[in-house]
Design a protein around this ligand. Sequence first.
Ligand SMILES: [Zn+2]
Ligand SMILES: [Zn+2]
Ligand SMILES: [Zn+2]
Length: 232
Amino acid sequence: MIMQLAINGTEIAVCLGCGLPRLEVEGFYALQNERCGRCRLIGGEELIECSACEEKVFEEEAYVEALFMTPWDDEEKETGFTYCLSCVDHGADNPDGEVFYCDGCSRYIADGDGRMCYYRILNDCEQVCLNCIEEDLKRGGIAAIGDDNKLEEVFAGKSMFGMFFNVGELEAEGWTPDPLYHDVCIGEGRDAVKLGARAHGWYKGGRLVIIRYESMNIMGGEGYVTLYTKEA
Ligand SMILES: [Zn+2]
Ligand SMILES: [Zn+2]
Ligand SMILES: [Zn+2]
């Protein structure tokens, strides 16, 4: 804050940042210019420190990180980290890729809990959260996830693209287990090929198909699955 002579010869205070006159009220300068950083600081506005570069910025230049901790959460939670917008632009807010953006529900979500990854990659690059995948599968079968390669891989027995669905929910929504492929062991490539061909048969006949995981070790390529189908 500096003083300047006004036209009438009296001294008035002006802001060194914006040059606009200030009125002294009870030892404090009133009339802060909200576009002027210096005015705002004098007015007592606090700066926020960027968790990455430690630069201090005003509130509107900071991103208070908030995430959906799982794909099934209804609300975001603040992580306690704040980043300046330039760090956000450079990806410094997500150095280890611990967060992903779901193309299906347009949300930033933590990428997993250490044991489970919360997304699948579709069409080679889209990260889609498990909640969106589950909704798509239940709505329209494997064809509904929008990745034809995945559909073909399942039919060819090269992939068991499925989930740990809740049986009660599936059956309430009209899905029925294929009696020949109910809780079957998939380990040998041959079994997967047979299941894939069976799924393809149902699909060609106009039914929707999904695969339900019955045991945890299916994630390692071996385990028990059930083929479910539903009228399209
Ligand atoms: Zn100013
Ligand atoms: Zn920063
Ligand atoms: Zn999603």
